[in-house]
Ligand binder design. Sequence first.
Ligand code: AGP
Length: 612
Amino acid sequence: MCGIVGYLGFQDPKKIIIDGLKKLEYRGYDSAGIAVVDKGQTKRIRAAGKLKNLEEKLINEHFSGHLGIGHTRWATHGAPVEKNAHPHQVGEISLVHNGIIENYLDIKKDLIARGAKITSDTDSELVAHLINEEIQVTKNLLLAVQKTLGKLIGAFSIVVIWEKSPDEIIAFKDGPPLIVGVGEKEFFIVSDVQAALQYTKNFVYLEDREVVHIQNNEIKYFSALGAPLKKQIVQVDWNTEQVEKMGFKHFMLKEIYEQPRAVAAAIRPHLNTETHQVEMQTLGFVKSNAEIFKSIDRIMFVACGTSYYAAMVGKYLIEQAGNLPVEIDVASEFRYRKPIVPKNTLLITISQSGETADTLAAIRLAKEKGALTLSITNVQKSSIDREAHGHLYMNSGVEVGVASTKAFTSTIALLNVLALQIAKDRGVLTADQEKNYVTQLLAVPSQLEVVLAYDKYFSEAAKKLQEFKGFLYLGRGVSYPIALEGALKLKELAYMHAEGYAAGEMKHGPLALIDSNMAIVVVAPTDELIEKTISNLQEAKARGGKIISIGTGENAALQSMSEYYLSIPASSWMAHPLLSVVPLQLMSYHLADSLGYDVDQPRNLAKSVTVE
Ligand code: AGP
């Protein structure tokens, strides 16, 4: 996720902004920049890489102004190079942005037709062009911003400054968080309170589609349509643990919102973001990745819980893309069923903690049987990681919530990469297919931002769940494991009984369960199986089942059958699980939170099951 710091006050904006961006480094980024209005001019300095690169450029830069904006960017589209770093400056306007502008291609076409010089690969720059065009007419920053907002579609938060108005700063929030720090004659606009907590404890949390306008020490709030708003100041007095939650109520919610960055961190080391090809880093085997992938006859996945459901997704991805047989098993069964492990088997364990006892036992047994082993984990040098021959890392950052979220999506993203690399090395993936899948995979972090921006709808759907006695989570194909994972989230967080099922199995028994007390949560992105899933739902609907569905785009058939229809962006069939699981995570989170349960530490559960 990108990080934003805006400042208007009497202190040195360079120090305030850089210190603030340092507090946001946890969000992950690969370029940074600052723009300060100084004597009617805008001084903008940007750098690729870490903040220290930007600080080196700033050593001899001194600003006399007191208005500035800063940004740490996590690139998902386009290379993480200086020209794409924020702030974007066009004419008299500079801005920073977090989120995505969905209609940016149309905007770009129109701007170019009007002779605009586009200098970056970002959608953010286009917004600066639009506001700069408007300000030439309105000569009023608030008006220019409000007129521009009406042209933008998507979920985005922006902070804007105008070099001709050194006592004014404006921000708009829709999707990614923006919080206003209200100090004594100074104001901060930040992605989370951590970036300004050392200067003030008074904060105003902007809601979606709200504008804050600060000028000459006066602060006003408006709706996107210009209606004045009253906002409450919240006193934030956080202990350390709360600060680590970065403004989120629970670690689990923070980790759900970290998924765009976590997925990007998982895949970027293995993808060429220029050519959109898969170039998997060495896994650490004695032989090269390609030699291994060409020589194996099968893959066996072994894992537990949510990690096992990720392994199930891996089976669909690798068999269908890589044309290689894949077996899966839960570790607690594998270790005792005297498994047959044929030669030329690659056994892959998936374990966020790298310490799960059953999974550790499984990898030891597999090695005794002569299998080559690969560990996918989030903790380097964990017990399982140390025992494996090869290593892949989720790179998710610490996952504190017992209910696994970002580690799950990071693993599925890695399994997308693994499936594509295996297919490529085994000669069953064309160059066009590779480019298409990699392009769609690289788009997922931005698409996750969009899904997260609709959280309020998932929260409403969650309230609906309370009235039901039983829950069936359904999915077909690669969405079947996601249905299982969704059911597990409801069980482990809201302590409600839920069952994940292959949608095609309804006739073989579960249909007898259906009545108006039964909620059917169906994962149904538009793919080759969608019609079959919809016909399964008709059977359930005819028997009084209440349906909550997750689909792609405006699926009218699905919407017409559902009490709640939750839409996710369209993607490749391989990447859909990364998007469809998020509404299920959030629904279970909000339901458990509304029931007053301990979301981060659900009863009877531990984050790492290091005993049988
Ligand atoms: C997931 O929400 C649970 N916390 C649990 O099922 C977990 O996935 C399982 O215990 C495996 O843990 P691991 O990934 O650390 O091996």
